[in-house]
Ligand binder design. Structure first.
Ligand SMILES: NCC(=O)CCC(=O)O
Ligand SMILES: [Mg+2]
Length: 327
């Protein structure tokens, strides 16, 4: 035998020397959940060790992230029930929770990159990402509100807006409005290939944003999010968003869609984000709690696999755990 592959695996020094993929703090975008109130740090029931923060504690949290080398956050807000409607009215409030959260982060750590979630579901009395009428989600009317929402976030100081809604043409609407209003440097990270996944359950608990069960309200998001069975369509969606002005594209969820991540990585020349979603987080936490999986090893293995598949950056609830494990 002349070729012995195991020579490159004989010890940690040689293994690390020839390792093809490394995860670093630069890879992460940290999702943060924000609530109204003071001194609130609420654990999310289906996401052990993950919290919703009021603005005062958000400030503390982002300082801690920065000190760990985590330089980018993605903000989500839990909107009080009484402010929800079918038009996204509160989403455009210049003094709304998201707009204040952006300012809070920028005040606490000015260099922190702030991305904001753009979709109506946290603001929707029906739990949908767009406006509902006659049992349907209105595409163009929703895209118009989402563009206004992006502008509002940009005015509050967001560096990037991150539309997670999957309406057609919304990147064009957003980019056009941002350009018209002079926000040339506000970036767009598009959730370009977002699948109608069953792995979002814990997130909907976190924000209380699941579709409501009522007459004439679509019970799921399958008319706008993608069919998990489709690969070619993911490429089409992604290429269209790039043409419409997306700076960063995204595949979501992560683990079940790594084949799509690799295809997209090979097809595009913009950064590819991957969202390791709440259900992926919850599965690891639950199995580790029972002693069925080794938490830290599984976390690092999954994150490494996501990066190996082609992710330029990873939105992950494990970001803090991961950077502590790497160093
Ligand atoms: N726009 C964000 C989601 O839809 C869900 C994310 C998650 O499940 O972590
Ligand atoms: Mg699309």
């Amino acid at each position: 035998m002349l070729i012995r592959n195991r020579r490159l695996r004989t010890g940690e020094a040689i293994r690390s020397l020839v390792r093809e993929t490394a995860i670093t703090p630069n890879d992460f975008l940290v999702p943060l959940f924000v609530v109204e109130g003071k001194n609130v740090k609420e654990e999310i029931a289906s996401m052990p060790n993950y919290y919703r923060y009021s603005l005062d504690l958000l400030e503390k949290e982002v300082k801690e992230l920065w000190n760990l080398g985590l330089k980018s956050v993605l903000l989500f807000v839990k909107v009080p029930e009484k402010l929800k409607d079918n038009a996204g009215t509160e989403a455009l409030n210049p003094d709304g929770l998201m707009q204040r959260a952006v300012k809070t982060v920028k005040n606490a750590v000015p260099e922190m990159l702030v991305m904001t979630d753009v979709a109506l579901d946290p603001y929707s009395s029906f739990g949908h990402d767009g406006i509902v009428a006659d049992g349907k989600i209105l595409n163009d009317d929703s895209a118009a509100v989402l563009a206004e929402m992006s502008l509002s976030h940009a005015k509050a100081g967001a560096d990037f807006v991150a539309p997670s809604d999957m309406m057609d043409g919304r990147i064009f609407e957003m980019r056009s409005l941002l350009e018209d209003e002079g926000f040339h440097d506000t970036g767009i990270m598009s959730y370009s290939a977002k699948f109608a996944s069953a792995f979002y359950g814990p997130f909907r608990d976190a924000l209380d944003s699941a579709p409501v069960d009522a007459k004439d309200i679509p019970k799921d998001k399958k008319t706008y999010q993608m069919d998990p069975a489709n690969r070619d369509e993911a490429i089409k969606e992604t290429l269209m968003d790039i043409q419409e002005g997306a700076d960063i594209v995204m595949v979501k969820p992560g683990l079940c869609y790594l084949d799509i991540v690799r295809d997209i990585k090979n097809a595009v020349n913009v950064p590819v984000a991957v969202y390791q979603v709440s259900g992926e987080y919850a599965m690891i936490k639950a199995a580790a709690e029972r002693g069925w999986l080794e938490h830290d090893a599984v976390v690092l293995e999954q994150l490494t696999a996501i990066k190996r598949a082609g992710a330029t950056l990873i939105a992950s609830y494990f970001a803090k755990d991961a950077v502590k494990l790497i160093y």
